[in-house]
Design a binder for this molecule. Structure first.
Ligand SMILES: [Zn+2]
Length: 439
């Protein structure tokens, strides 16, 4: 399909852009429209490359689409939770996601058994790190989990529905927001999962370019880029210094950077200490950076590590942070502006399905830093929409680096923006198809 976007603003100048499939064929004042299959009048709006979400989980997103929402935005009490689970369609296992203690306190097998006894139920904590199963779900897996709680046990828990999910709906959902590239941050993806991803990209089922932090070291299929190696630190059971240093060494041996999950002060300190000793390489990154004290900014800058943050967490979970997070940590919770000012690259991302997938909502949240009840956390850490958007425009391999630009040649999708509050008014896919965006 040949497409021309007229009256576009590109790098602050008016212009037209011609797109033919995977290529931008012309940019300029005199782009003819008579041979185009479609003409889009941007009415003076800015046009930017397709967005790259630097941290999400594709398989978990696909699974979440068929799941019962158990988080505070959907259910508010134990009765709500019971109703939501009992109303789940079908007669197989009920999969709940997004649970947080603010709904109905800590969950265990007994609590779930009281809610649903006749069907297997498993509910995932919104941190992604804990599954709680009822007796029937435990029995089906022959699990030895007396209280029904399985920490970081995705493989154990998943065994009943081992099929890899269809990624088409996830791909279309992302595309409708103008997201044409993603970095999957799931650690240790198996070869079969990688092949499933590569096939989905090759066939167009998944219209995004994909980088996988959990790709095996010997992964070579160019359909999915390997990316830095994801290192998941268990916050309540941190590795020793030597153990983490060994894991970083292993990544270096495989000529890979590392992407280290750091949501506590301790995990960040440990990671930075190891990187200082082992030596940082281009591409090293901190996932989340939930607690970043100012006295390490200088170290981060000299190491050259980027922070991949999630602005939506304050909007979705901020009230819980205000009650649960140590006040000492609250002062340096999910910093953004101050990191940029200190010369540390930062890129926003969704962490979907654990956070809202909508990048425009994340961009707005980054400028507000408001909790669900309207309180503010770290007002001075707010960044404007252009700054947060720039993070989504930074390349997959350089989160927070210089934004990609639209040029004649191969493109990675385009978005025509709305006037503020900024969203995608029109999306062009990587293959040059017009996509109707989500409102
Ligand atoms: Zn994640």
């Amino acid at each position: 399909m040949k497409l021309v976007i007229t009256n576009a603003t590109l790098d602050a100048r008016p212009t037209s852009i011609a797109v033919d499939g995977h290529m931008i064929t012309a940019i300029g004042d005199h782009v003819p429209t008579n041979t185009a299959d479609a003409v889009v009048d941007a009415a003076g709006a800015a046009v930017v490359p397709g967005l790259h979400d630097h941290h999400l989980h594709l398989f978990a997103m696909a699974a979440a689409l068929g799941s019962v929402q158990c988080g505070p935005s959907a259910v508010h009490s134990i009765d709500d939770l019971a109703r939501a689970l009992r109303d789940a369609p079908g007669d197989g296992e009920i999969r709940g996601v997004g649970y947080h203690e603010s709904v109905a306190g800590p969950l265990d097998r007994d609590v779930l058994d009281r809610l649903v006894r006749d069907r297997p139920v498993r509910v995932q904590h919104r941190s992604g790190g804990l599954w709680v199963l009822n007796s029937k779900a435990i029995a089906e897996r022959h699990l030895d989990a007396s209280d029904g709680r399985v920490f970081r046990g995705d493989e154990v828990v998943r065994s009943v529905d081992a099929d890899l999910p269809d990624l088409a709906e996830v791909g279309q959902q992302l595309l409708s927001y103008g997201v044409t590239g993603v970095t999957d941050a799931t650690p240790d993806l198996e070869f079969a999962a990688m092949q499933h991803l590569a096939a989905a990209v090759a066939s167009g089922v998944l219209p995004q370019s994909v980088t996988a932090l959990g790709a095996p070291d010997d992964w070579t299929d160019p359909e999915v880029a390997q990316g830095p190696r994801k290192l998941l630190l268990h916050d309540h059971d941190l590795p020793t210094y030597d153990e983490l240093a060994e894991r970083v060494h292993e990544a270096r041996t495989a000529t890979r950077a590392v992407a280290v999950h750091c949501v506590t002060r301790e995990s960040l300190m440990l990671t930075l200490a190891v990187l200082e000793d082992v030596g940082a390489v281009t591409g090293d990154r901190i996932e989340h950076g939930a607690v970043v004290p100012r006295d390490v900014y200088r170290t981060m800058r000299s190491l050259g590590v980027a922070v991949v943050t999630q602005p939506c967490f304050i909007r979705e979970r901020g009230d819980d942070y205000l009650t649960d997070v140590d006040p000492h940590d609250l002062e340096c919770l999910y910093p953004y502006r101050s990191l940029l000012d200190a010369g540390v690259p930062v890129a926003a991302s969704s962490d979907a399905p654990y956070g809202d997938v909508d990048p425009w909502s994340a961009i707005a949240a980054a400028g507000q830093r408001r909790t669900p009840s309207g309180a503010t956390i770290g007002r001075s850490e707010a960044v404007d929409a252009a700054t947060a958007l720039a993070g989504y425009l930074s390349p997959a391999a350089d989160p927070g680096g210089p934004p990609r630009r639209l040029r004649v040649g191969p493109h990675s999708g385009l978005c025509v923006l709305t006037p503020p509050p900024v969203r995608a008014a029109v999306v062009v896919s990587r293959s040059g198809q017009l996509v109707s965006p989500r409102g």
